[in-house]
Design a protein around this ligand. Structure first.
Ligand SMILES: Nc1ncnc2c1ncn2[C@@H]1O[C@H](COP(=O)(O)OP(=O)(O)O)[C@@H](O)[C@H]1O
Ligand SMILES: O=C(OP(=O)(O)O)[C@H](O)COP(=O)(O)O
Length: 394
């Protein structure tokens, strides 16, 4: 990497603003998967050992520029303190006088967690004033938030123009591993795209069609494509203004000779809940009042076969609502196929995909679990990541 890293700066006794990605999946008010917290520990522990005053910043969910009580970082701070075996101070804001006063009291090696940076509208707008306000808190900026590196926000990009700016160890490792896997991809190369962030991921698909041999679609994302095939999808997730785009991608796949795999069956439910009535239907027969919450068994079998024949697989986004057991079968089948595939290099990206392989106890069997979903996809497309570009060159 041609960017400065933590090892290139002296942080002893300095106030260090360290951007991490603590956007962990939650379930019933509890942290459902702490992979992202654990992944940031090497950088945090190094900063502590070096005698820095460690000021941690992260986003959490999508509060859209307002304070949302359930999106405070308090539970993350509690868990971080347990993992570090050290106290973690928690601020109720992310900049300003109250935060400065807290920093004044910090000793070398202590850790302060700021409040959710997305409580402020300036964060996602990359407002230079907010970036300056963050920078005023510290003397050095470290970006270890690989999962948010594709966002040009005040705490990921803007701040880097105001302070000496270097990457953390997680950022460095992610870029290194993903870069190596992609520099000369082994083929067949398969991408599996699922999840619910239809708007974010649909554009990625177009670029992936330039790279891969097989493209597998699942999750909530799939039903915009099913609609584009001309089928009714009941109450399934739909991004209505992307249907034409989805159609054009299917045509592009044909032109490029990319095998484009879509669900042929689905598990539909009469309610988005664990007590819903469910049934397996062919994809062209989703009933009007039902919604598809998982791929069906035939689809899972087809996907399994494609995975097993692949040499490189990148997987981003679950195949169904895996948080509810009834709708976890498709995601589990894909995870198992990856775990069993011999000689296949598997890269798992995205908070929820990582959470799913953890849940199934298969994390150890994957070649690399990336802490970034959207970030790893954009990196693989060859796009520059703003959070990386803004760091100081070596
Ligand atoms: N068919 C579906 N309908 C609605 N939501 C879905 C469906 N399939 C998957 N999901 C949801 O998608 C979410 C994950 O989406 P996303 O954030 O895009 O993935 P990742 O974090 O892995 O990038 C999960 O919470 C899952 O329940
Ligand atoms: O969870 C994240 O992205 P991911 O779901 O693509 O892994 C990152 O924390 C970025 O969050 P965002 O997509 O709300 O900017």
């Amino acid at each position: 990497m041609n960017k400065k890293t933590l090892k290139d700066v002296d942080v002893k006794g300095k106030r260090v603003f360290c951007r991490v990605d603590f956007n962990v999946p939650m379930q019933d008010g509890k942290i459902a998967d702490e992979t992202r917290i654990r992944a940031a520990l090497p950088t945090i522990q190094y900063l502590m050992e070096q005698g820095a005053k460690v000021i941690l910043a992260s986003h959490f969910g999508r509060p859209k520029g307002k304070v949302v009580e359930e999106m405070r970082l308090t539970p993350v701070g509690v868990r971080l303190a347990e993992l570090l075996g050290k106290d973690v101070k928690k601020a109720d804001e992310a900049y300003g006088d109250s935060v400065k006063a807290l920093i004044e009291t910090m000793q070398e090696g202590e850790v302060l967690l700021l409040e959710n940076v997305r409580f402020y509208p300036g964060e996602e707008k990359n407002d230079p004033e907010l970036a300056k306000a963050f920078a005023e808190l510290a003397e050095v900026y470290v970006n270890d938030a690989f999962g948010a590196a594709h966002r040009a926000h005040a705490s990921t990009e803007g701040i880097a123009h105001n302070l000496p700016a270097v990457s953390g160890f997680l950022m460095e490792k992610e870029l290194d591993v993903l870069g190596k896997a992609l520099s000369n991809p082994e083929r067949p190369f398969t991408a599996i795209i699922g999840g619910a962030k239809v708007k974010d991921k649909i554009g990625v698909i177009e670029n992936l069609l330039e790279l891969v041999d097989n493209l597998i679609i699942g999750g909530g994302l799939a039903y915009t494509f099913v609609k584009a095939q001309g089928h009714e999808i009941g109450k399934s997730l739909l991004e209505a203004d992307k249907v034409d785009l989805a159609k054009s991608f299917m045509e592009k796949a044909k032109e490029k000779g990319v095998n484009f795999y879509m669900p042929v069956d689905a598990i539909v439910a009469d309610d988005f809940s664990a007590d819903a009535n469910t049934k397996v239907v062919r994809i062209e027969e989703i009933p009007a009042d039902w919604e598809a919450l998982d791929i069906g068994p035939k689809t899972a079998e087809i996907y399994r076969e494609v995975i097993q024949k692949s040499k490189l697989v990148i997987w981003n986004g679950p195949m169904g609502v895996f948080e509810i057991d009834k709708f976890a079968g498709g995601t589990k089948a894909v995870a198992e196929a990856l775990a069993e595939a011999e000689g296949t290099y598997s890269v798992i990206g995205g908070g929820d995909s990582a959470a799913s392989v953890e849940k199934f106890g298969l994390a150890e069997k994957m070649s690399h679990i990336s802490t970034g979903g959207g970030a790893s996809l954009e990196f693989m497309e060859g796009k520059a990541l703003p959070g990386v570009v803004a760091l100081n060159d070596k």
